[in-house]
Design a protein around this ligand. Structure first.
Ligand code: SAM
Ligand code: DTB
Ligand code: SF4
Length: 349
């Protein structure tokens, strides 16, 4: 049986399947793909429903098989082009459709980005992620971001960017500039996507992910929980991510940051333990991925964050700001890591 990255729409409700081989297809990286399990939504849901201790035990076991469980990657974010986005993602403060007080800006210049990357490096980060509030960058935008990528790479940090949907050739331009990762989230389950975003569809996201893979850039792809989705839909999101072939190298799990002016501001709080469960299931289904405890830490207790690390999270966004919203300050994060005996991942030589 052959599977490609487009398995996405075929997983819902499918029967449990054993190990599958995802054959080399268009992606040069897929050449290295080994047997990868295909997850049905029902199987992922069954994991989400395990007794909590059993779930955490499985997640810790998977984590320890592939990573030092006491090491966490620190990734710093910078919004290089803020606001004014034509998309209507219901969670996002940067959409022009919502009155959130975020002002539209221009793309930052190379020197300002280089300085921010240098500061992030001094503070201990190993990855630097640049976000732009675009639906899809134009050719000239991609050329300008390629210069920012070069500046970040000069500092010795890993470079990641998230710019929206990429057109033919864009991923190659970014790769040539040295881009290590491209972040492009599936965000929510295919059957909930239309409730959250109307200006694009789920398949648009998959199309960009294929372009990123084919250019030889590592994939950073995750989603947001706490947007009113059901547990089954959380399982649907994780199954989609885990069935990408190969699954993403990096998986950010965001908790919705409720921003005044967005349609989701009144969303009831998700049970924090359900967030921890989602992290655990991401770890079990994508055992070799960096699972990032992403947006939402500012309103999470230290104890919940600690449970997320026990559940297999091994990366965080680090620095006082995400893109437009606050993140815990560096001193608080350093203190938390120290209390937990966690070490920051070192930069590769
Ligand atoms: N415009 C590009 C796109 O949407 O792919 C890149 C930037 S966009 C801000 C990157 C990601 O930020 C989204 O995919 C979403 O997962 C996350 N995000 C945006 N607003 C958020 C919020 N209020 N809470 C949690 N995550 C959020
Ligand atoms: C991701 O998954 N989360 C980050 C990053 N990738 C680009 C963004 C979080 C944004 C939270 C809302 C804000 O600060 O604007
Ligand atoms: Fe635009 Fe990205 Fe925000 Fe959606 S999430 S409105 S695409 S910046």
């Amino acid at each position: 049986m052959s599977h490609t990255v487009h398995t996405a729409h075929t997983t819902a409700g499918s029967a449990a399947q054993p190990l599958q081989f995802h054959p080399p297809h268009k992606s040069p990286l897929a050449r290295h793909a080994v047997a990868q399990r295909v997850w049905s939504v029902a199987e992922v849901q069954a994991l989400l429903e395990l007794p909590f201790s059993d779930l955490i035990f499985q997640a810790q076991t998977a984590h320890r098989a592939h990573f030092d469980p006491n090491q966490v990657e620190l990734a710093t974010l910078l919004s290089v082009k803020t606001g004014g986005c034509p998309e209507d993602c219901g969670y996002c403060p940067q959409s022009v459709h919502f009155d959130t007080g975020v002002e539209a800006g221009k793309l930052m210049g190379v020197e300002a980005v280089r300085e921010a990357a240098e500061r992030a490096k001094v503070a201990g980060a190993t990855r630097f992620c640049m976000g732009a509030a675009w639906r899809a960058p134009k050719d000239r935008d991609v050329a300008a971001v390629a210069e920012l990528v070069r500046a970040v790479k000069d500092t010795g940090l890993q470079a990641c960017c998230t710019l929206g949907m990429l057109d033919e050739g864009h991923a190659e331009t970014l790769r040539e500039a040295g881009l290590d990762y491209y972040n492009h989230n599936l965000d929510t389950a295919p059957d909930y996507y239309g409730e959250i975003i109307s200006t694009r569809d789920f398949q648009d996201r998959l199309d960009t992910l294929v372009r990123v893979r084919n250019a030889g850039i590592s994939v950073c792809c995750g989603g947001i929980v706490g947007m009113g989705e059901s547990r089954l839909q959380r399982a649907g999101l994780i199954a989609e991510l885990a069935n990408l072939a190969p699954y993403p190298e990096s998986v950010p799990i965001n908790h919705l940051v409720k921003v005044a002016g967005t349609p989701l501001v009144e969303q009831p709080d998700l049970d924090p333990l359900e967030f921890v469960r989602t992290i655990a299931v991401a770890r079990i289904t994508m055992p070799k991925a960096r699972v990032r405890l992403s947006a939402g830490r500012q309103s999470m207790s230290d104890a919940v964050q600690a449970l997320c690390f026990v559940a297999g999270a091994n990366s965080i966004f680090y620095g006082e700001k995400l893109l437009t919203t606050p993140n815990p300050d560096v001193d608080a994060d350093m203190a938390l890591l120290q209390r937990l005996g966690l070490k920051a991942a070192r930069a590769q030589a």
